[in-house]
Design a protein around this ligand. Structure first.
Ligand SMILES: [Mg+2]
Length: 393
């Protein structure tokens, strides 16, 4: 052992890296964890290792788990031994896999993004800066989150939604989202009763949260164009912050967007700048909702945001995700001039914040990102040992 390496072994991994250029730090291993959350999906978490002792983490959740894990294996075979900063190389390997024509679309995108996030986390630590510094530096000191209560609300009645909304407001959120038209009946004769109940839930939540909090409604593409136009009119008294994905197809969404009194939002399942280009050009919505897990990763999120900015549109990343995925998105969001608000899956599991250490940086409905290098937290191995399963790939 040389004097230099002997000294380095006594101090932190960051100090070791000071003696080793980032381009020489190589990826040496991958760990994948499946964390059961609820019937809406598991969290798939990725941790990459390097030959400098630094590790990085990413979120590959909410594709089809088995397909995502196969995608992680396929990408890892390409990336093993690569420099930790070879993120564009990963994107070249991963993009064909992640395009909808590739390995069942979103699962491939989740795999690409999980590894990409982990590489950014490593790069931040290697350079000794928070990841947002690598994306141009922070414009915002805090990130406003909205509480998506839809995934926690199993009592789909007006009272059931109102109770979860009240809990989120009590926790400091001032913006609430629900999708009360889910479970749309296949029998057209039952549609109107279902829509009426969904709207009753919207109005109950508006009453519960008061006039000042923002209310966001996701219609999950359940409506025809004509019924969707009518829905937008019916929801005017609820004074929505936005109405999301009323129907399918860019031309139809553009009709809704043009006619609706409220802002419209959408695009959560679109991959890449090539997917967002027609969506933006077609005026499908006022607010773009790229999901860092589905859209191609953090670098792609930044590019999509620039495209949206060029069209005068704002960005609100979609993101039922683990704290890893949400904070990865937030690392980009703090650098965006056209950032609006970030989604957070509220109330899914009581141990959500503890899946990372230190805990998820959420206070009063806002993220305040750490100034520690990388993402600023690690996976909580103790919690993963009790709640998750290690997946061999
Ligand atoms: Mg949505």
């Amino acid at each position: 052992m040389t004097r230099r390496s002997a000294l380095a072994s006594l101090v932190s991994p960051l100090a070791v890296l000071a003696a080793k250029p980032a381009s020489q730090v190589r990826l040496t291993g991958i760990e994948v964890f499946r964390v059961p959350v609820n019937k809406r999906g598991d969290w798939i978490l990725v941790r990459l290792q390097t030959d400098a002792g630094v590790t990085g983490i990413g979120d590959a959740s909410h594709g089809r788990d088995e397909v995502t894990i196969a995608g992680l294996k396929q990408l890892w075979e390409q990336m093993r031994g690569q420099p930790c900063t070879a993120i564009e190389k990963l994107r070249q390997f991963g993009t064909p896999l992640a395009r909808p024509a590739g390995m069942t679309g979103m699962s491939g995108a989740c795999a690409l993004s999980g590894i990409e996030q982990a590489m950014w986390d490593i790069a931040g630590q290697v350079y000794g800066v928070p990841v947002y510094e690598l994306f141009g530096g922070a414009l915002h000191t805090r990130i406003r989150n909205y509480a998506n209560i839809n995934r926690a609300t199993f009592d789909r009645s007006p009272g059931g939604f109102a109770r979860w909304a009240e809990r989120a407001i009590a926790d400091g959120f001032d913006a609430i989202k629900l999708a009360s038209y889910d479970g749309f009946p296949k029998d057209p004769s039952q549609a109107e009763a279902h829509i009426a109940l969904g709207t009753e839930c919207v109005m109950a939540v508006r009453k519960a949260i008061g006039p000042k909090a923002d209310l966001l409604i996701d219609a999950h593409s359940n409506f025809t164009l004509d019924r969707g136009l009518q829905l937008a009119r019916e929801l005017e008294p609820a004074r929505l912050f936005w109405l999301e994905e009323v129907c399918r197809g860019i031309p139809n969404l553009a009709r809704i967007n043009e006619a609706a009194a409220m802002q419209t939002a959408g695009g959560e399942s679109i991959f890449g700048v090539e997917g967002f280009h027609p969506y933006i050009a077609g005026k499908a919505a006022d607010i773009m909702m790229p999901d860092v897990k589905y859209c191609g990763g953090m670098a792609e999120l930044k590019k999509i945001s620039a495209m949206a900015q060029g069209a005068g549109l704002t960005i609100s990343p979609h993101g039922p995700a683990s704290p890893v995925g949400n904070v990865a998105a937030a690392q980009v969001c703090v650098t965006l001039p056209n950032f609006l608000i970030l989604e957070l899956g509220y109330g899914e599991v009581p141990w959500r914040a503890e899946v990372v250490d230190p805990v998820e940086p959420l206070r009063g409905g806002h993220y305040t990102l750490s100034d520690r290098p990388g993402f600023g937290f690690r996976l909580n191995d103790k919690l993963l040992a009790s709640r998750g399963q290690r997946v061999t790939i």
